[in-house]
Write a protein of this length. Structure first.
Length: 113
């Protein structure tokens, strides 16, 4: 899956437009992704991601980058051998695209703030 474009509040993945936060798996997009706490990413928010056992998780923290990944979440991902890349979404989507094919990558994108 490749991302065609991103702008505040909207992302286009393989030609389909999404207007809510998404998780992009190798074979599908979860457009119903909700977090326990709006601007914090907790390990509970990534349950299905962990089941997929990616090599890399790319997290887009919103256009201005207001969503935070607490140290506890970072530590738990690292303990499971998952490399974490955290960037504002307007950079993270490009990082995700560049990594396609080289490693098993999953992305979780906050689309607004």
């Amino acid at each position: 899956m490749l991302i065609d474009s991103y702008r505040f509040g909207s992302i286009v993945i393989d030609g389909k437009r999404y207007t809510s936060d998404v998780i992009i798996y190798p074979d599908r997009v979860d457009a119903d992704w909700w977090r326990k706490e709006g601007h914090q990413l907790h390990i509970e928010d990534l349950r299905t991601v962990l089941e997929e056992k990616p090599d890399v998780l790319v997290v887009g923290t919103g256009s201005p980058g207001l969503m935070r990944v607490p140290p506890a979440t970072r530590d738990q991902l690292e303990a499971q051998g998952i490399e974490l890349i955290v960037e504002p979404t307007d950079r993270a989507w490009r990082t995700y695209n560049q990594m396609q094919g080289a490693r098993r990558v999953i992305a979780a994108f906050h689309l607004t703030c």
